[in-house]
Design a protein around this ligand. Sequence first.
Ligand code: URA
Length: 242
Amino acid sequence: MERLDKVLANSGYGSRKDVKKLVKAGFVEIDGEKIKSSDIQVDIQKNKIIIKGEALVYKKYVYYIMNKPVDVVSATFDNYDKTVIDLLKPVDASFNPFPVGRLDKDTVGLLMLTNDGEMNHRLISPKWHVDKVYYAEIDKAVDEEDIKAFKEGITLDDGYVCMPAVLNIINSDATGSKVKVTVQEGKFHQVKRMFIARGKEVVYLRRIKFGPICLDENLNEGEYRELTEDEISILNQPRHLK
Ligand code: URA
């Protein structure tokens, strides 16, 4: 059983205050009866809830894919900076989603947000070996030695030995390089620190893929959309996570 106002607020009918008004105005029926109080308990499996003549479609979990812009932090709250949650419409934020893993403030690209804790765990736990793919621009030439070092496992500044990673060179010369990096873990500043360990610096970083989900070309930086049913179903099948 859950409180009606919570159910309605979580289903996109506005804040608890909005929902209270909606109920008071007589727009909500439960099992054929108009109700006047929004703090009653309902069973969303059993009770038939009608709002303004339409049956309630209850969504427990939400899944969004965002093209994160720079200067926005991937957190739910921050004292100084704008967060990715601030980019959501109030109705989408009302489900209390949180970012799946983190991207640095200056990193752009694919960020998923959900309120599904289990899915979040599956996607970020190194145990599941979910590939995260980044496009990166580097300040110096990148070569075969770097590829080999990434494959063997880079040792970071704090002594942590990374899991094997795949480095693909798109182009490279003395003025800099464009590369693709695939990692299966998400240590703090991981890709940047992997290159620092090789004496090089990441000057631009964009995540382009997370497990089976690719950055949507139709999303400009700062935009997001809900994941499709197909995308959610793929994410729910662990064998497809890579
Ligand atoms: N690696 C980094 O260094 N930064 C990110 O934001 C993501 C991966």
